[in-house]
Write a protein that binds this ligand. Structure first.
Ligand code: ZN
Ligand code: ZN
Length: 256
C-alpha cells in the first residue's frame, strides 16, 4: 500500500471540510456587529434560541468527530490501494459525478428530512433539537441530534459519494462544498453579490423560512436545490422585506 498517496486526497477529504466549516463560520463572525443584511435583528439568536452558544459548540464538535471517524472508513473503501498511479477521470466526467452526487444527496436528504418531520416520535426526540434554533447562525449549522447527523449528513454524503462513482480527490471538493453550503444556509445573512445565491435558489433565506414555526412543513429541500420541494408541493416562496435597521425579513408568500 502506497501510504503517501493514501494520505494526500483522503487526508484532505477527512479534515478539509471541518477546517472550512470553522473558517467560513469565522468569516461570518466578522459581521457580528453589523445590523445590515441580517435575516433577524441583531442579538435575537441569544433570545429566541434554546441552546446556548457553548452547548452548540459542544454538539458541533461531537458531530464533527463522528463525521471524521466515518469518513476515515469511507475513504478506505473508495481509495485505490494498488501501487499503480491511475489518472483521474477527465474534467467533464468529474463534473458529471459532482452534479450527480448533488442530486443524490438532495434526493436522500429531502425524504429523510421530511420523514423526520412527519414522524412525530422522530421529530420530538431527534429533529426538534436542530429546530431549537429559530434564529440560525453559521457555526450552529451542524447543531443537531447525533443520530440525525449520522443518518442525514454522514449516510447521505457517503451514498452520494459511492453512487456517483467519484474518486477521493473529487470527494474532497464535494464534501467541502457541501459543508460550506450548509454553514452558509444557516449563516443568518443575505449578503449582496453572494456568488452561490446567483446560481442556487436554496439559500440562507430559503432555509430560514424552514426554521420558523410557520415554515415547519415547507422547504425541506437541502442542501443544494429546491427541486424536490417544488415536485412534492412543499415549496414555500418568500420575499425579502427590508427592515429599518438595514436587515431583511424572509416573509412567506403562502398561507396554510
Ligand atoms: Zn427540519
Ligand atoms: Zn437547518
Amino acid at each position: 500500500m502506497d501510504y503517501s498517496s493514501y494520505v494526500s486526497a483522503e487526508f484532505l477529504g477527512i479534515f478539509v471540510p471541518t477546517i472550512m466549516y470553522w473558517l467560513l463560520s469565522g468569516a461570518y463572525a466578522l459581521f457580528a456587529n453589523t445590523k445590515k443584511y441580517r435575516l433577524h435583528p441583531k442579538g435575537e439568536e441569544d433570545i429566541k434560541n434554546i441552546p446556548s452558544r457553548s452547548e452548540v459548540i459542544k454538539i458541533v464538535l461531537l458531530q464533527q468527530s463522528i463525521q471524521i471517524s466515518v469518513n476515515l472508513i469511507l475513504f478506505m473503501f473508495i481509495s485505490d490501494n494498488s501501487d499503480a498511479i491511475k489518472p483521474e477521470p477527465p474534467f467533464f466526467v468529474r463534473l458529471i459525478q459532482f452534479i450527480s452526487a448533488m442530486a443524490i444527496m438532495d434526493t436522500y436528504q429531502y425524504f429523510v428530512h421530511r420523514f423526520l418531520h412527519t414522524n412525530k416520535f422522530l421529530y420530538k426526540h431527534i429533529h426538534s433539537k436542530h429546530h431549537n434554533l429559530l434564529v440560525p447562525y453559521a457555526y450552529a449549522a451542524l447543531y443537531a441530534h447525533p443520530f440525525e447527523g449520522f443518518i442525514l449528513d454522514i449516510i447521505g454524503g457517503g451514498l452520494a459519494c459511492l453512487l456517483s462513482g467519484m474518486t477521493p480527490s473529487t470527494a474532497v471538493y464535494f464534501f467541502t462544498f457541501g459543508t460550506m453550503k450548509t454553514v452558509d444556509d444557516h449563516c443568518g445573512f443575505m449578503l449582496p453579490g453572494h456568488p452561490v445565491h446567483v446560481v442556487l435558489e436554496n439559500n440562507s433565506a430559503y432555509h430560514d423560512v424552514h426554521h420558523q414555526l410557520y415554515g415547519n412543513k415547507y422547504n425541506f429541500s437541502q442542501p443544494f436545490f429546491v427541486t424536490w420541494d417544488k415536485i412534492m408541493g412543499t415549496y414555500m416562496p418568500h420575499k425579502l422585506e427590508k427592515r429599518e435597521d438595514g436587515g431583511f425579513e424572509a416573509k412567506p408568500l403562502k398561507k396554510e
